[in-house]
Design a protein around this ligand. Structure first.
Ligand code: SAJ
Length: 419
């Protein structure tokens, strides 16, 4: 198992491919984006993640990592493609299906296929079904026929789900140190995948079937979403009752069995705000709390927007410093960011002149840049000019803000930085 084909060179696929390459595996990376392929082959990165540049450079320089637009033959195929939702929060498995189609001609006897993308329950079995239809010459294990029994017959291939669980901002460390769940489509696939992961993971390898592995990953993110929703609901209740929510949480968390998370402007990113929907979508009648949590968290940006609007009313055309656009602290990732949603609504509603401060980006995203009442501004000028200061992300760069400056301004702190 020395030749690995990693399909999808994004936030999960690229660190995984590079790590494997530095561990001595021959890695054939695949991405549909020619610019990403070119950048990686030059030893550079097209996404931002601490220390990823060093890892990719080392991987490419070693000659063990090469990026391509198409898959090629390998011992192991790792699929790390996006699994977004579409329409009314239905999972969009088209990238997984496309990736399966792309690898299908190259799959050979004894190969292992690992799905790392966070996926709705049953997706790993779908890969087996798609592959069975495309490659009737192969013996593809069947969950329904054999349950967890070892697969049999000639031209056997192995299929497992090994969900990624790394935290953006700490990907490189967590890729190695986190415990990993391995869910096989059958027992033989579990064993095969275990042999691979134990070669580069320091954490424990936890073995199960593919459905449980899929649900475990969704459960972790849904658990977090529900708990953040509790904190967000609490913040609105406290606003209404005239209580400082940050002080309240700190006090309540002194109880040995209470650990309330932090309220914020909403829940962003492409994981926690997406994954619970995969559960809700598959069992809508049963997943009532998870659906409500999603709705509570999705409504939090609107609450913040209304708060800013009501504060802005007392000014003619206020300057509003919006501190942070990323979906959480100290990253440059603006995808599904509540901060961007809030700033966009303020810009479109012409609530004031927006001074956007985001130290981790050089240019504003198009949907904001196309408006005339917003400018990407450095922190000091924004603080000086602003009538209203809206803290959206608790970036390290904002920690040193002089409290004296804030005293003269209207301050809306969604992160409890200036509690
Ligand atoms: N947030 C709060 N309050 C909190 C904690 C987080 O409002 O107390 C917000 C953040 O500001 C952010 C969002 O939630 O907008 C999500 O941030 P996060 O740091 O909690 O999680 P992600 O989305 O960066 O990464 C999660 C992780 N999952 C869990 O912690 C259970 C990570 O381990 C997963 O690998 C990742 O999702 C994923 O890829 O699914």
């Amino acid at each position: 198992m020395n030749n690995i084909c990693v399909v999808g060179l994004g936030y999960i696929g690229l660190p995984t491919a590079s790590l494997l390459a530095t561990k001595g595996f021959q890695v054939h990376g695949v991405d549909v984006n020619p610019k990403a392929v070119e950048t990686i082959n030059a030893g550079k990165i097209h996404i931002t993640e601490p220390d990823l540049d060093i890892l990719v450079r080392a991987a490419v320089q070693s000659g063990n990592l090469k990026a391509f637009l198409e898959p090629g033959p390998a011992d192991v195929f790792i699929l790390a493609v996006p699994t977004p939702f579409k329409g009314d929060h239905e999972p969009d498995l088209s990238y997984v299906e496309e990736a399966t189609k792309a690898i299908a001609p190259h799959v050979a006897e004894g190969n292992l296929i690992v799905l790392e993308s966070t996926s709705p329950v049953g997706t790993t079995e779908k890969i087996a079904e798609w592959l069975r239809a495309l490659r009737p010459d192969l013996s593809i294990p069947s969950w329904k026929k054999s349950g967890n029994a070892p697969g049999s017959g000639c031209c056997q291939v192995f299929i497992a789900h090994c969900p990624e669980r790394v935290l953006p901002g700490q990907i490189i460390r967590e890729l190695v140190d986190n415990d990993r769940i391995i869910g096989g489509i059958d027992e033989a696939s579990v064993q095969k995948a275990e042999q691979l992961y134990q070669r580069f993971v320091n954490g424990k390898i936890l073995k199960t079937n593919s459905r449980t592995a899929e649900m475990a990953k969704l459960t972790e993110n849904a658990y977090r979403d529900v708990n953040i929703a509790f904190a967000n609901e609490l913040s609105i209740i406290c606003d209404t009752l005239g209580i400082n929510v940050w002080e309240l949480i700190e006090l309540a968390n002194h109880h040995p069995r209470v650990k309330i998370l932090q309220p914020g402007p909403g829940v962003g990113g492409h994981c926690i705000a997406v994954d619970p929907w995969f559960i809700v979508n598959s069992v809508p009648e049963q997943a009532r709390l998870m659906r409500t949590a999603r709705e509570v968290n999705d409504s939090k940006p609107h609450y913040v927007i209304d708060k800013v609007k009501s504060k802005a009313e007392r000014f003619k055309q206020p300057s509003i410093a919006c501190l942070g656009l990323a979906f959480k602290a100290d990253i440059d990732d603006l995808r599904e960011s509540p901060a961007v949603e809030i700033v966009e609504a303020l810009v479109k509603g012409n609530v004031g002149d927006i001074l956007a401060v985001e130290p981790n980006i050089q240019v504003l995203p198009k949907k904001l840049a196309s408006h005339s009442n917003i400018a990407l501004t450095d922190l000091d000028s924004a603080l000086q000019k602003a009538d209203i200061i809206l803290l959206l992300v608790n970036h390290r760069a904002f920690k040193g803000i002089d409290r004296g400056v804030l005293k003269e301004k209207v301050v809306i702190d969604t992160r409890g930085e200036w509690r």
